[in-house]
Design a binder for this molecule. Structure first.
Ligand code: ADP
Ligand code: ASP
Ligand code: MG
Length: 414
């Protein structure tokens, strides 16, 4: 009997009707002779609503209590799905991350998964039950409930698939695959048949929320194919797998699409610290202080000043960290006698991603030209072998994605 691992996201289990629909689908997979493990997210916007409730109680939640609170959403959907299956005469059991054997690091809010102990899941499967597991959570060495970062149920699913030695992990969501960009922003976006781990990891890390970045790292590490597909139909979605496997199937020797997709990240903010000493150790000091407060810094630009002993520094952080990051930067600013610290929450990051870029010069300049032709000012730039990112005004983000999608002809079949 094959073990299959499926994951259903928040919108796919957003109402009793949708939960019943998921149960019907799972029942069919069981009837076809499979053992099924299903990972679920919280219903609809439950996690956001729990965080709203928390914000009405405190500005500075204890991280342990944060995890206790936000992990409850998945418990609701898992138990309801198990009940829906039972009501259809399909034996099922729901398990929390801890009960299912998901062990994490001892870090609240964003732990990594360390192991998945299989005994309990295997016992339930052997008894002929569908095992429904809460995504997004596990248990630490103290026995506390730990969450693994927003959107983390994808990673829970892939980690469980890896532990069960499944070769594929089906992730069901509200779109029928990975598109060249978010189809909510560009209606002509094209569904991709397959995307390499490297490209998908970049797209997800750069803001395409369709998959949690760590799920791709885990899939790549254990060579698991992610099949991202719709929970509304049976259509084949997008396969996320190794670049070598994709090229071999396409019988390509070397050529690759220059730009594979475009991502938009609206969840960032920019901080500038002006007129600081231009000498060794200053960057280490500022970013050391930010790291000590667990602030993740992304793009960093240091610029020269007319006075050669001074420099300006600008960097981006995740929006929820802005308050904390400004506090730390202001402290550093005082210490370094900076002229000023400025915070700008009205920015976003638009990125082009594609493995083929490395061998095709001109992608970045074409991007800059398309943006400038449309009067979009670029505030910061960062490049790597497979991506070009620009920080621009937040209100121009969606338009920039539409312009770039057209400029690079991504709607056309490659
Ligand atoms: P789930 O609740 O199933 O985890 P998410 O809301 O996290 O679903 O992710 C699905 C959403 O990701 C889609 O509704 C879509 O708007 C968005 N998205 C962003 N970029 C892309 C892309 N390149 N391809 C497909 N969907 C994308
Ligand atoms: N429910 C969690 C969140 O909203 C985890 C997930 O959906 O993957 O972030
Ligand atoms: Mg998601």
């Amino acid at each position: 009997m094959a073990i299959v691992v499926h994951k259903y996201g928040g919108t796919s289990v957003g109402s009793p009707e949708k939960i019943r629909n998921v149960a019907q689908r799972i029942k069919k997979v069981v009837a076809a002779g499979n053992q099924v493990v299903v990972i679920v997210s919280a219903m609809g916007h439950t996690t956001d609503e729990l965080i709203d409730l928390m914000n009405q109680i405190t500005d500075s939640p204890d991280p342990r209590e944060y995890d206790m609170l936000v992990s409850t959403g998945e418990q609701v959907s898992a138990s309801l799905l198990a009940m829906a299956l039972q009501a259809m005469d399909c034996p099922a059991v729901s398990l929390t991350g801890g009960q299912a054997g998901v062990v994490t690091e001892d870090i609240y809010k964003k732990a990594r998964i360390k192991h998945v102990h299989l005994e309990r899941m295997q016992k339930e499967l052997k008894e002929g039950k569908v095992v429904v597991v809460t995504g997004f959570q596990g248990i630490d060495s103290k026995g506390d409930i730990i969450t693994i970062g927003r959107g983390g149920s994808d990673t829970s699913a892939v980690a469980i698939a890896a532990a069960l030695k499944a070769s594929v992990c089906d992730i069901y969501t509200d779109v029928d695959g990975v598109y060249t960009t978010d189809p909510r922003i560009v209606s002509e976006a094209r569904k991709l048949k397959s995307v390499s781990y490297e490209e998908m990891l970049e797209l997800a890390s750069l803001g395409a929320q369709v998959l949690h970045p760590r799920s791709i790292e885990c899939a790549s590490l254990y060579d698991i194919v992610i099949h991202l597909r719709s929970s509304k139909n049976e259509t084949i979605g997008t396969y996320i797998k190794s670049a070598q496997a994709i090229d071999k199937e396409a019988k390509k020797m070397e050529q690759k699409d220059t730009v594979r997709g475009i991502a938009l990240d609206e969840n960032i903010a920019k901080i500038g610290i002006l007129k600081i000493p231009d000498k060794p150790g200053i960057a280490a000091k500022i970013f050391g202080a930010l790291a000590a407060e667990s602030v993740n810094v992304d793009m960093i630009v240091q610029s020269m000043h007319s006075d050669k002993s001074l420099a300006d520094m600008a960097f981006t952080v995740e929006r929820p960290d802005l308050k904390k990051a400004v506090k730390v930067t202001e402290m550093m600013g005082k210490e370094l006698k900076a002229e000023n610290v400025i915070a700008d929450p009205d920015v976003c990051k638009v990125s082009l991603v594609g493995i083929g870029m490395v061998s095709q010069p001109g992608t970045a300049s074409k991007m800059f030209a398309a943006l400038s032709k449309n009067n979009i000012n670029i505030q910061m730039i960062s490049t790597s072998e497979i991506k070009v990112s620009c920080i621009i005004k937040k209100e121009q983000g969606k338009r920039a994605v539409q312009i770039l999608h057209k400029a690079f002809g991504l709607e056309k079949v490659s």
